[in-house]
Design a protein around this ligand. Structure first.
Ligand SMILES: Nc1ncnc2c1ncn2[C@@H]1O[C@H](COP(=O)(O)OP(=O)(O)OP(=O)(O)O)[C@@H](O)[C@H]1O
Ligand SMILES: [Mg+2]
Length: 400
């Protein structure tokens, strides 16, 4: 239908969304806690934060979690706008280092984990401001209204005082991940700490390029170390030449990772990454403005098979091709446009073939070394003064 269609003779009626059911729907978008925290950190990085602190206080189903940053902050007007669902039009052109797109992440990520959250912010030229979404209040008032209240136990005032500018997001009760837990149950607490370990490895992967560039992300006061999927700097790594397409906007670069025989036990375990498996970690890694969206996925082009374990391929996107690549609200999906799929597949095929070669050749050399005709025992038997003892064979192929 033409955009200049004449609506003047057509009957209309108001159909604004019901506030509480709409927000309950936001809760069902399906974020994991690690993806939700990453979405909040995206905003901190976009606001030029150099330090980001993720802290929690375990209280069973009333566990509080906060994400504090020392970015440029917001004044009260900007904060009210930020709290609005759809605070920015997704069609707007954004700065090249802006990690946002939909004007939704702050709200959808927070509501996915809690029914009540506050945002406290401060710009260098303004007083601290605070606004909160409280789903119980929305239900009660049947309005899209935010409230000016945050429970003091989150310690937000103390946290903000230490900063010249910055923002603190407080999730009052993590009701999703702490569902059916009890504060004094060791079992519940252990499970929660395991969840936080998952958060840590997710952040170390998603933001590894920013951490490398000097952004500090702390979890309970401990700095998170970056996890580099391409193991740059490890001996035996074979980086492949970069290929550009989609008008030079997209870069694709393959890496054949070092074979197991080139790595120490610790290095080999490092390579397993957050998914704790080389096979799970193989595939494409799609970055949008240095932020990792998709980690180890063949994007429906190939299957994961153990002999391609050494193959990882980086795809770098700018933030102005979101529609073509179908970037989603959670920033966890990217789908290559149909017209570039063949090109991407052919780059990948080449890197996969080289990864397969290293995997099988090196594997065979190792197997040969360990084969029966070259059998050498790991323990050497010695006899001295009639006593029998054993010594490690330093010539063993596994050791050498
Ligand atoms: N930590 C922060 N520091 C400064 N400004 C922030 C911060 N968090 C949010 N904002 C402001 O609030 C706005 C809304 O954030 P929100 O995450 O909802 O949407 P977005 O980042 O614009 O897009 P997306 O939905 O893709 O995340 C941001 O565009 C930004 O202007
Ligand atoms: Mg955002």
């Amino acid at each position: 239908m033409a955009t200049n269609f004449d609506y003047s003779n057509i009957e209309t009626t108001n159909a604004e969304p019901d506030a509480s059911s709409m927000i309950e729907t936001f809760r069902a978008i399906g974020y994991s806690i690690e993806a939700a925290i990453a979405d909040i950190i995206d905003n901190s990085i976009t606001a030029d934060a150099k330090n980001i602190w993720v802290d929690y206080v375990w209280h069973g189903p009333h566990t509080v979690l906060s994400i504090l940053d020392d970015g440029k902050g917001m004044n009260s007007e900007e904060l009210i706008q930020a709290m609005r669902p759809g605070s920015k039009n997704p069609l707007l052109t954004r700065d090249s280092n802006d990690l946002g797109r939909f004007g939704l992440g702050l709200k959808t990520a927070s509501f996915s984990q809690t029914r009540k959250f506050s945002v406290i912010s401060k710009r260098t030229d303004c007083e601290v401001c605070l606004w909160s979404w409280d789903l119980d209040y929305v239900n009660k008032s049947q309005s899209w209204n935010i409230i000016k209240y945050c429970p003091e136990e989150s310690n937000y005032s103390e946290k903000m005082e230490q900063l010249k500018s910055g923002t603190c997001v407080v999730w009052w009760d993590l009701d999703r991940v702490t569902k059916d837990t009890k504060e004094d149950s060791e079992e519940s607490k252990k499970k929660f700490l395991e969840t936080m370990e998952r958060v840590k490895s997710h952040l170390s992967m998603v933001f590894h390029m920013f951490i490398d560039d000097g952004v500090n992300i702390f979890l309970q006061g401990r700095r998170i170390e970056p996890w580099d999927p391409f193991m740059i700097g490890f001996s035996g790594l074979q980086p492949k030449p970069e290929v550009k397409f989609q008008g030079d906007q997209i870069n694709i670069k393959g890496f054949v990772l070092p074979h197991r025989s080139k790595l120490s036990y610790e290095e080999y375990n490092y390579g397993k990454g957050p998914k704790d498996s080389w096979t799970e970690q193989q595939g494409f890694y799609v970055y949008r403005s240095k932020r990792l969206l998709v980690a180890g996925d063949w994007l429906s082009m190939f299957k994961k098979e153990v002999h391609y374990d050494l193959c990882r391929i980086r795809i770098d996107l700018p933030n102005n091709v979101d529609e073509d690549w179908q970037i989603d609200i959670k920033k966890s999906i990217a789908r290559p446009p149909l017209k570039y799929k063949d090109q991407i597949r052919s780059v990948a095929k080449e890197v996969r073939a080289q990864a397969l070669e290293v995997y099988t050749n090196k594997g065979q050399i190792l197997k040969r070394k360990l084969s029966k005709d070259e059998y050498s025992p790991f323990w050497e038997e010695r006899v001295r003064h009639g006593k029998r003892f054993y010594k490690i064979n330093r010539e063993h192929p596994l050791l050498s």
